[in-house]
Design a protein around this ligand. Structure first.
Ligand SMILES: [Zn+2]
Length: 132
């Protein structure tokens, strides 16, 4: 992937991150008392508490998305961006245009989803278990 293309995804990812975090961070920061302590003094506990607050504020979906965005940013840094995490094939740019934080190619994603979502009948029961 060209450097130019990668940097355009980098910009997109940062925008998504800012959108996700924007309101939440404002809320969290305003709820914290003003402090003059340097950043280096923030203990692990403080970081953990902040992370917990962030998770609660974002909700499961938003938090999951944030993690994906962070991982994609990390991959850009490592030069492994745009490669499927499962089959090591390049993820089509058309897919990345829609979903810049995509981790898998479409094929692997559908495999993963069919594994994590057991087939169900119309009433939503797991038809693999129970009495046939
Ligand atoms: Zn794949």
């Amino acid at each position: 992937m060209s450097t130019q293309k990668t940097s355009s995804y980098l910009t997109k990812l940062k925008e998504i991150r800012e959108t996700l975090l924007g309101d939440v961070e404002k809320t969290l920061k305003s709820s914290q008392s003003e402090s003059t302590e340097p950043v280096a003094d923030i203990t692990d506990d403080a970081t953990r508490a902040y992370t917990n607050q962030l998770m609660t504020s974002l909700g499961e979906q938003g938090w999951g998305k944030l993690k994906q965005v962070d991982e994609a940013l990390e991959k850009i840094k490592n030069g492994t961006y745009g490669v499927c995490a499962t089959c090591d094939q390049p993820i089509p740019e058309a897919r990345l245009d829609v979903l810049p934080f995509a981790e898998f190619c479409v094929e692997c994603l559908s495999k993963i989803e069919s594994k994590t979502r057991p087939p169900t009948n119309d009433s939503g029961e797991n038809i693999l278990g129970g009495n046939a």
